[in-house]
Design a protein around this ligand. Structure first.
Ligand SMILES: Cc1ncc(COP(=O)(O)O)c(C=O)c1O
Length: 376
């Protein structure tokens, strides 16, 4: 039997809630399930406001509008990230400025940020890779000193923490993803989290196509009208119903993922000792959510062979990201700050192993086959 790299986990309650949403006859966004999800997120993250969006990409695009990114404004971010981190700002005319990542966590190297700041810099976007927090104290202190905004790309960081604080609660704004590849899933889905109260009112307008519709529904204005730019960023009740079932099961989902993660980590210790690979590094100050288990192999050739051999044995493993500075669009619209040595080196060597609740029964087979491929 094939072992897929990802298999979205469902609790079984999703269908019950979706049926309730359908019966309620409120199918657009902003209904009971949307409110339950946003209340859950606000409580769990401790943010001032959570807004459900149809993706993390949409949440990042909203953040770029709220940050008032204008053509030529620079936004500091890693090149080792998903395309949406950059695209959200490029859509507003912003210029991504790529800074190298740390060799240990593969997160934005905070010690290289200040050298990338120019009079045009508007924001820093730390990406919490694999749900492991960036060095947020340093990043926030730099942002403070230079009066920059911090937008956490916490797509992979739901329920992770940094020094006991939830990811998504530290920057001025943050974005979560509930895409089917993430820990908590609603097919497509995301959330914008607002920590800085300056952005709360405008975020509602942007979410609702540039109107003050939310105020109208709260009875704060007697009619709703066009007050800002915006788009249809909000998610439907059907998706929110699915998401709420997942949020309610978050503890169990994270626990099961963590057991699988820990089992991999234990199993590959001897291979790391033997110099065959490097395992993920979790700094002491970070509480991760077992989003991803990856191995760093010695070089690109070995990674290509590793993926091919496992594939021929029915096990799907994948690599990512192609660094954005090497992509056709990255070359056109972004710039690098300094050398991106770790970015290019690590992206060639990283491979992700299957990790999903339900893998437990087959994990021993994955580990055996990985060990066999590593020794031949
Ligand atoms: C770091 C990062 N940012 C943004 C996104 C975009 O998320 P979504 O698919 O919900 O738009 C992803 C998705 O994989 C991601 O990994």
């Amino acid at each position: 039997m094939e072992i897929p790299f990802n298999k979205p986990f469902t609790t079984g309650i999703e269908l019950i809630y979706i049926e309730q949403a359908l019966h309620s006859r409120h199918l657009a966004g902003g209904g009971v399930f949307t409110k339950k999800c946003t209340a859950w997120l606000e409580k769990s993250v401790g943010c001032r406001k959570a807004l459900l969006t149809h993706s993390c990409t949409a949440a990042l695009e909203m953040a770029a509008i709220l940050a008032d990114i204008k053509p030529g404004d620079e936004v500091i971010m890693p090149s080792y990230t998903f395309v949406s981190t950059a695209n959200a700002f490029v859509l507003r005319g912003g210029v991504p400025v790529f800074v190298d990542i740390r060799a240990d966590t593969l997160n934005l190297d905070e010690s290289k940020i200040e050298a990338a700041i120019t009079p045009k810099t508007k924001a820093i976007v730390p990406v919490h890779y694999a749900g492991v927090g960036c060095e947020m104290d340093t990043i926030m202190a730099i942002a403070d000193k230079h009066q920059l905004l911090v937008i956490e790309d916490a797509a992979q960081g739901v329920k992770s923490g940094y020094k006991g604080r939830p990811l998504g609660s530290i920057g001025h704004m943050a974005a979560f993803s509930f895409h089917e590849t993430k820990n908590i899933v609603s097919g497509e889905g995301g959330a914008l989290l607002i920590n800085d109260p300056r952005f709360m009112e405008r975020a509602e307008y942007i979410l609702e196509k540039g109107t003050n519709r939310s105020k109208y529904f709260r009875g704060e204005v007697d009619k709703y009208t066009w007050v800002d730019i915006g788009s249809s960023f909000l998610t439907s009740e059907i998706v929110a119903a699915c998401l709420f079932a997942q949020l309610e099961a978050e503890d169990m989902i994270t626990k099961r993922r963590m057991e699988i993660w820990n089992e991999y980590h234990r199993a590959f210790f001897p291979q790391e000792e033997a110099g065959k690979l490097r395992r993920p590094v979790i700094p002491e100050v970070c509480q991760h959510n077992a989003h991803m288990y990856y191995l760093l192999l010695p070089n690109l050739e070995k990674r290509i062979r590793f993926i091919e051999r496992l594939k021929s044995q029915g096990i799907s493993t994948v690599f990512h990201y192609v660094p954005l500075d090497t992509a056709p669009m990255g070359k056109k619209v972004a710039r690098r700050s300094g050398t991106l040595t770790h970015t290019h080196d690590l992206s060639d060597r990283l491979v992700r192993l299957p990790l999903w609740p339900g893998l437990e029964d087959q994990q021993a087979e994955v580990i055996d086959k990985v060990n066999a491929v590593l020794t031949c």
